[in-house]
Design a protein around this ligand. Structure first.
Ligand code: PMP
Length: 406
């Protein structure tokens, strides 16, 4: 891997430049990552000269495509340290969580059971559980945060009871970058007989993920945050759990035999992939995993950690700035500057080709907890550089001058 380090990684990403060919300081990778040429090319080939359907064709192009699709599944399994029959392709993390809530949740939760979430969850790891809880009569508990904005697992330990059937937590916060101690969360969940679901949207792009070492039961993430295409993501589920899960959506490709009297279902993972799947996206998803693996998670982490440290240091030195989240945030820095609204900051930064995110980041309960309507968020990817941080800091100083803050 060291050979790739000296390469200017921005050059691999056509999206990292303005139409005039100027560098674009893209600091919204937590929302969605830019795509390397390798992913774009893989997708173009799959949509072009390689294109055909999967699973049903008797002709060789379709057999080739089926092989490509199933190879992608194996590649994603390998990326997570799981086995290929434990990977279900979904439209993304959101659909994966809804799948678990509807297939596993409805079969395993009943009135009076409890679900433990945390204060910092993304709406996609809140709303599906509220819908499930309402349908089956279950209750939701919310684990608080520590002073440095991590999920407080000591509090979780005190809250968990044998009534808890599921603990669903964000592995890395999309707002704060806080990293969960997942093995401990698993130990606590399993200690009361609950399952652990990890929302891995922001961990898969920033750290090596090994579902066995994490000891979770479900792990979900989206390809588009890992430099892959939109429209696809994955659910990893421990094999014995997945084998027992009833289907969710019905249709073609998920059946064994259909008659009007009775339909039987295909084994997992096919049972959970009704309809023609996102074939080209799956192939490009695997290409993204290859790209990231080639650079290496240690290298990615080292690059991003340096930028997080620099940005946090510079922001903390300014007057009247709140920097949220822990020091060792995984590539994400949320902050608030005096009474400058994050949207105003974002608009002024845009004029200097700096793209940050301003808003509630689909985490309104976290905003309520922090006591702000919104935060400004800079998030890094493997292509981010010190020049991006410098451009952001210069833009912040300019904004402070405009608003008369020194
Ligand atoms: N969880 C987290 C932590 C996220 O950051 C996101 C995306 N912002 C999601 C879930 C939802 O992912 P998607 O919209 O790709 O389904």
């Amino acid at each position: 891997a060291p050979a790739t380090i000296d390469r200017d990684l921005k050059a691999d990403f056509p999206g990292m430049f303005t139409p005039e060919g100027e560098p674009w300081h893209y600091l919204d990778t937590a929302a969605t990552a830019q795509k390397p040429r390798a992913v774009i090319d893989a997708m173009a080939r799959a949509l072009g000269e390689d294109y055909a359907t999967v699973h049903r064709g008797v002709y060789s192009r379709s057999a080739q495509m089926t092989l490509g699709y199933e190879t992608a599944r194996r590649r994603i399994a390998e990326f997570l340290g799981g086995s290929e029959d434990e990977i279900v392709f979904t439209r993304g993390a959101t659909e994966a969580i809804n799948l678990v809530a509807n297939a596993w949740g409805r079969a395993n939760l009943k009135a009076g059971d409890r679900i433990l979430l945390s204060q910092l969850e993304h709406h996609s790891n809140i709303v599906p559980w509220q819908m499930l809880a309402e349908a089956v009569g279950a209750e939701i508990d919310v684990c608080p945060l520590t002073e440095d904005h991590r999920i407080d697992l000591d509090a979780a330990e005190a809250m968990l009871t044998p009534k808890h059937k599921l603990v669903a937590l964000c592995h890395v916060s999309n707002v704060l970058g806080s990293v969960l101690d997942a093995p401990r969360a698993a130990e606590l969940a399993h200690g009361v007989g609950a399952k652990l679901l990890l929302d891995g949207c922001q961990s898969a792009p920033h750290m090596t993920v090994d579902v066995n070492a994490l000891n979770c039961d479900f792990y979900v993430f989206s390809a588009h945050k890992l430099y892959g295409p939109t429209g696809i993501g994955a659910l990893w589920t421990r094999g014995d759990i997945l084998a027992d899960m009833p289907p969710w959506e019905g249709g073609g490709a998920m059946i064994d035999r259909v008659t009007f009297e009775k339909t039987t279902y295909a084994p997992a993972p096919q049972r959970f992939e009704a309809g023609t799947p996102a074939i080209t996206e799956a192939i490009a998803f695997a290409a993204a995993a290859d790209y990231v693996s080639e650079i290496g998670m240690d290298e990615i982490h080292a690059r991003e950690a340096k930028l997080v440290a620099k940005l946090r240091r510079e922001l903390t030195a300014m007057n009247d700035v709140r920097v949220f989240g822990p020091e060792d945030s995984a590539g994400i820095v949320s902050f608030a500057i005096g009474d400058i609204h994050p949207h105003d900051l974002g608009t002024i930064l845009d004029e200097a080709n700096v793209a940050i995110r301003a808003g509630h980041h689909c985490a309104q309960p976290l905003m309520d907890y922090l006591g702000v309507p919104a935060t400004a968020r800079a998030s890094f990817g493997l292509y981010s550089t010190e020049a991006d941080v410098d451009a952001l800091l210069a833009g912040i100083q300019r904004t402070r001058k405009i608003f008369g803050q020194t």
